[in-house]
Design a protein around this ligand. Structure first.
Ligand SMILES: C[S@@+](CC[C@H](N)C(=O)[O-])C[C@H]1O[C@@H](n2cnc3c(N)ncnc32)[C@H](O)[C@@H]1O
Length: 426
């Protein structure tokens, strides 16, 4: 019989990388040897060639081996800040007008469920009704998915969770803390291989949490997975990765959110669907930015914009253009009297700026000011919403949109923005 320490696992390592993306160089050759040794014992085979033959022909054996090499480490509200950001992101979507179709979130990989349940708790805590969202959760590990469906957890799952959060969401049982059924039912688990299952999934996601998997994958597998995610995300949709994984996210597809400890990105628009502000006439630019269609799923399919958080000359120019902090007049003083129409030249400048940098929140803010001065209140509100979609924490834009929605008699909407402003840190 071959000694475990001398098993040549190179062919199994190649299979593992091709099948699951997992890199043996990263999980360690020793881990793979130990797993293969265990499977040789489990199958009664004593020869690596015979084992490889079995592995290639038996989905059951493939699963058995994978279960032994994955790292299912996870806990509730891991890293915390991504969940804080999720709140702000969803608040921005709500302010924009939630669609009739549910928001779709994906936790992949979800391990034993702590992450997707943390997503659910965040949304429920915001007061979102359960029929407003759907959370899918996928992991390759059958044991983890079984545990996730049971939703009974021991103390290791609660690193960083307050006592209040525990008592609010869990019941004490002899087996551990059992998650309340109302939270449990919002998550739909699936045991599947992310390298293979996503394309036929066919869903479109508003938020994807893919944390602490990419570090274990071959670079090509990471790229493949991230490209697949991108194809399933609306422009402006939120991607969160693990703290050590940000470098793997392709900048051509995702725009980084420069907020500490979030490790977040927004799905970029396809170059072919850049904002209509790049149109050639002033009217076209203004029309494009004044879509007043009611909130609807269709509306959400329209290109949203990643955040304007880039540095660079165009952003600095736009920020200068927005000075004095316009906040659409009332919030920071007008640059001229109310009702005086913006000149075509000024609108043109904004259009050109958006053509150069379609992701610039400051230019939307400036355009909102010009539109308000032309008494185009609805159009100005729409611009401010776009600005807030790019920069959810812009106090200036929030103050301005509160004033304008109030002025337009949209009291409920105004209150929603006030709530967001109140939640901003000082
Ligand atoms: C460290 S956990 C991360 C869980 C959670 N996202 C978190 O950050 O707390 C990594 C998970 O990736 C899963 N995994 C590894 N390869 C996978 C694949 N190809 N498809 C789906 N899940 C995979 C493992 O089963 C494991 O549960």
């Amino acid at each position: 019989m071959t000694s475990k320490s001398t098993i040549d696992c190179s062919a199994v390592a190649t299979w593992l990388a091709e099948f699951s993306g997992i890199s043996t160089g990263i999980i360690g050759h020793h881990t793979l040897q130990r797993a293969v040794g265990e499977r040789l014992e489990g199958t009664g085979l004593d020869d690596i060639t015979a084992y490889l033959e079995l592995l290639l022909s038996s989905p059951q054996e493939q699963q058995n081996l994978v279960e032994l090499v994955v790292v299912p480490e996870t806990w509730f509200f891991r890293d915390r800040q991504p969940f804080v950001h999720l709140r702000a992101h969803i608040s921005a979507l709500i302010a924009e007008g939630l669609p009739t179709q549910p928001l779709r979130l994906l936790s992949a990989p979800c391990a034993s469920g702590e992450e997707p349940y943390s997503l659910a708790m965040t949304l429920l805590d915001m007061g979102l009704p359960t029929d407003c969202f759907r959370i899918d959760a996928i992991d390759i590990c059958r044991q983890s998915i079984r545990k996730a469906r049971q939703a009974v957890y021991g103390k290791h799952s609660f690193r960083g969770v307050s006592e209040a959060e525990k008592t609010q969401n869990f019941q004490v049982t002899p087996q551990g803390l059992a998650l309340n059924p109302a939270i449990r039912q919002t998550v739909h688990f699936k045991c599947a291989n992310l390298m293979r299952c996503l394309v036929e999934n066919g869903s479109t996601y508003d938020v994807i949490f893919c944390r602490n998997l990419l570090i274990y994958l071959e670079d090509a597998a990471s790229q493949h997975l991230l490209e697949t995610f991108a194809s399933l995300m609306r422009p402006g949709a939120l991607l969160i990765v693990g703290s050590a994984e940000t470098g793997k996210v392709p900048p051509s597809l995702f725009q980084p959110i420069r907020e500490s400890f979030v490790f977040g990105f927004l799905r970029r628009e396809e170059p072919s669907s850049l904002p209509p502000a790049a149109a050639s006439s002033t009217d076209a630019a203004t029309d494009a930015l004044t879509d007043s269609a009611p909130a609807s799923p269709r509306r959400r399919e329209r290109p949203a914009r990643p955040p304007a958080l880039e540095t660079g000359a165009s952003r600095r120019r736009a920020l200068r253009a927005a000075a004095p902090a316009n906040a659409v007049a009332r919030t920071a003083g007008r640059t001229r009297s109310s009702g005086e129409p913006a000149t075509g030249r000024e609108l043109d400048e904004c259009r050109q700026e958006l053509e150069r940098n379609p992701y610039c929140d400051a230019t939307y803010l400036r355009l909102a000011q010009l539109l308000e001065q032309g008494n185009q209140t609805d159009a100005a509100i729409d611009c401010l919403q776009r600005c807030l979609y790019l920069q959810p924490n812009s106090r200036q834009a929030l103050e301005a949109v509160i004033a304008l929605t109030k002025q337009a008699g949209q009291m409920e909407r105004s209150r929603q923005f006030q709530g967001r402003l109140a939640r901003l840190l000082p």
